[in-house]
Design a protein around this ligand. Structure first.
Ligand code: ADP
Ligand code: GLC
Length: 473
């Protein structure tokens, strides 16, 4: 089968979060099952000079702009980077701390159009699998735009929701510059409370909809998690599936992690390996020497991730005897709160306000506990990475966190689940975790349980494939 994935970011070329991990790992897993897989992404870059990698393979034109197709073969997947400097040479992918880029509607409507044109030019595909609002215009155009449909008449479409809170909502007058016909601005298609909603346009058009965990697939049908689209999704519930994300187990492997001084991976060496990682990180983070357990957090600093909860509970967490290291960037108010906690607790709290792959690996390896008190979590990769590195996750019972972490109270426990989303519940759970960390036998059992889980893409890639096969049958 010929399968194309369309997304706004992909490891190793661009990343702000788990979407890039998924689009970097699922396509190679599909290719390994014997399929012809293409990934199309914007050729993001920060300066005009650092041209995106790849061989030039012609150009496509849309909306009065052109994109050069730069093609790279990466892990048996053909990656097409759309090089369009006017739209994709920016200091960041979507926004600056003060807000989104004002031309995001055009940046991603162009992306969808140019990606489909590129696929047609390269010979067409059987399945177009779009991810999140940035690619959601592709299924809309393939279904309702005659000219686009004509280029790949047989292609089936899948749209995956990685995060329903981000929908790509723009004023209706933005549609013209996006080349989206005015007839598509109706209640059944793009219109959403008077605005144009790219994600909605994709959800009503795609042949199938998926999201990234079974629990989130149920949650988004409720007003609490549906972000206003619960009705649209309920209409399509027969073709809405929850398929759990996997991890790129090559990228996230403590046995072969180039960012660690002493790799580890089994019951026999986990303690030593983690102690070495702790030493290394302790120096880098300027944590005071000592035997205190370490809590790590690697996260976008957004309300979704419970960054406010962490900020509210930090003094007490330090009082419980934990050291804390946070790596994250995002909303200014949380960045400031975490910096302030670092200043208030020198040597005990370390704040890295940036995006840093290397440091992320070191934090997953060095920490005893990994904190992810999310308000909602479509899947979450951090908790799975943590378990692979022998770090016990502390999570809320929502979305993919509920599907992947088993509380210490239960058989086969791999982590700790908060009873509710409140600072007191967090500190209460951390007291419970502290007792486990002080008990070498229980700690070793829980670590081994998490480290032996299969977080690979194998099973989920097969599920996607079954879906593609049903659609194209
Ligand atoms: P989300 O996609 O909602 O941000 P996930 O848990 O699915 O959450 O994925 C987050 C991914 O981004 C993980 O691979 C995590 O390690 C990484 N990440 C998040 N923030 C940072 C950061 N500041 N530096 C490095 N990696 C980060
Ligand atoms: C989103 C979600 C996260 C998920 C990731 C990859 O960013 O917030 O929960 O793991 O996408 O699907």
């Amino acid at each position: 089968m010929r399968i194309a994935h369309l997304a706004s970011e992909v490891v190793p070329f661009s990343k702000t979060g788990g979407l890039a991990d998924v689009v970097g790992a699922l396509p190679p897993a599909l290719a390994a099952l014997g399929h012809e897989v293409t990934v199309v992404v914007p050729g993001h870059r920060t300066t005009l000079k650092d041209a995106p990698p790849g061989e030039p393979r012609g150009e496509v034109a849309a909306l009065g702009l052109t994109a050069r197709l730069n093609v790279v073969l990466h892990r048996n997947v053909r990656v097409v980077l759309l090089d369009c400097p006017a739209l994709y040479v920016r200091p960041a992918l979507y926004s600056l701390p003060d807000g989104d880029f004002p031309d995001n509607a055009v940046r991603f409507a162009f992306f969808a159009r140019a990606a489909l044109a590129a696929l047609a030019k390269l010979g067409g595909v059987d399945v177009v699998h779009a991810h999140d609002w940035q690619a959601a215009i592709a299924p809309l155009l393939l279904r309702y735009d005659g000219e686009t449909r004509f280029t790949m008449p047989a292609a089936k479409t899948v749209l995956t929701i990685h995060n329903l809170a981000y929908q790509g909502v723009f004023p209706p007058w933005a549609l013209e510059a996006c080349g989206i016909p005015r007839e598509l601005f109706t209640m059944d298609l793009l219109e959403f409370y008077g605005s144009a909603n790219f994600l909605k346009g994709g959800l009503v058009s795609a042949d199938a909809i998926t999201t990234v965990s079974p629990t989130y697939a149920r949650e988004i049908l409720t007003p609490e998690f549906g972000c206003g689209l619960e009705g649209v999704l309920a209409n399509r519930r027969d073709t809405l599936f929850g398929i759990l994300n996997g991890l790129d187990t090559d990228e996230w492997d403590p046995r072969r992690d180039p960012h660690l001084e002493l790799p580890f991976g089994g019951e026999d060496d986990v303690e030593e390996g983690k102690a070495a990682a702790r030493q290394l990180l302790g120096r880098e983070a300027r944590l005071a020497a000592g035997e205190r357990p370490l809590i790590g957090m690697v996260s976008r600093l957004a309300e979704q991730k419970g960054a406010d909860l962490l900020a509210a509970a930090l003094d007490e967490i330090v009082g419980l005897g934990f050291d804390v290291v946070v790596l994250g960037a995002g909303e200014r108010r949380y960045e400031e709160a975490i910096r302030a906690a670092e200043a208030a607790h020198p040597g005990r709290v370390a704040a890295f306000i940036k995006f840093d792959e290397r440091l992320a690996h070191r934090i997953y390896a060095a920490s005893d506990l990994f904190l992810m008190p999310s308000r909602y979590e479509p899947c979450g990769l951090g908790q799975m990475i943590a378990m692979r590195y022998g770090t016990l996750p502390v999570v809320t019972r929502t979305g993919g966190l509920a599907d992947t972490v088993i509380d210490a109270h239960e058989e086969g426990g791999t982590g700790f689940v908060l009873s509710e989303l409140a600072p007191a519940a967090l500190t209460g759970t951390l007291r419970r975790a502290r007792a486990v960390l002080a008990d070498p036998v229980r700690l070793a059992t829980m670590r081994a349980e998490g480290m032996s889980r299969d977080f690979s893409w194998k099973a989920s890639a097969r599920e996607y494939l079954k879906l593609y096969e049903r659609l194209t049958a």
